[in-house]
Design a protein around this ligand. Structure first.
Ligand code: THU
Length: 158
């Protein structure tokens, strides 16, 4: 039997088209990006998580001369949230990036490992996380849940 997996997402030509209250979240992600340590790829990524108490948790990619020891921006933010505020929920996660690794027109999309970590956060808190992906050309994709980035993901709910 053939089944279908469908979802809707929003595509905006510029992140400033997001609701005003979300502008600060994007700005925080850009400010996190400035502190990325990415001397090897020269691809700087910033992440900002809006928590359910209104606070922000920032992350950026941290690279290492032993390449696999580095870690992505999303994971820095989500693991920091889990380590320090295990009872707070992530409402929204915004990701931004800058660098020549990919053309500016290419849609910024989290790596597979980060998708798995994002899914765990969503499952753990039993609440969907809104995802805002801001491209280098400012085009912005908005998703309602991590499941849209990782359908049929591995893990348990609860
Ligand atoms: N990177 C992230 O921070 N997030 C992703 O989702 C994809 C890739 C980082 C890892 C590495 O430091 C650099 O971007 C180039 O891959």
């Amino acid at each position: 039997m053939k089944e279908k997996f469908e979802f809707n997402y929003e595509l905006l030509s510029d992140w400033t088209a997001l609701p005003n209250e979300e502008h600060i979240l994007v700005e925080q992600a850009f400010s996190a990006m400035k502190n990325a340590y990415a001397p090897y790829s020269e691809f700087k990524v910033g992440a900002c998580a809006l928590m359910d108490d209104g606070s922000f948790i920032l992350g950026n990619n941290q690279e290492n001369a032993a390449f696999p020891s580095g870690i992505c921006a999303e994971r820095v933010a989500l693991f920091y949230a889990g380590a320090n505020f295990p009872n707070k929920k992530v409402l929204t996660l915004c990701i931004v990036a800058k660098g020549d690794l990919m053309p500016a027109s290419q849609l910024l999309s989290p790596c597979g490992g980060c998708r798995q970590v994002m899914l765990e956060s969503e499952n753990r808190q039993k609440q969907h996380i809104r995802i805002i992906l801001v491209n280098q050309d400012n085009r912005t994709m908005v998703l309602d849940s991590v499941i849209q980035l990782l359908p049929f993901g591995f893990g348990r709910i609860g």
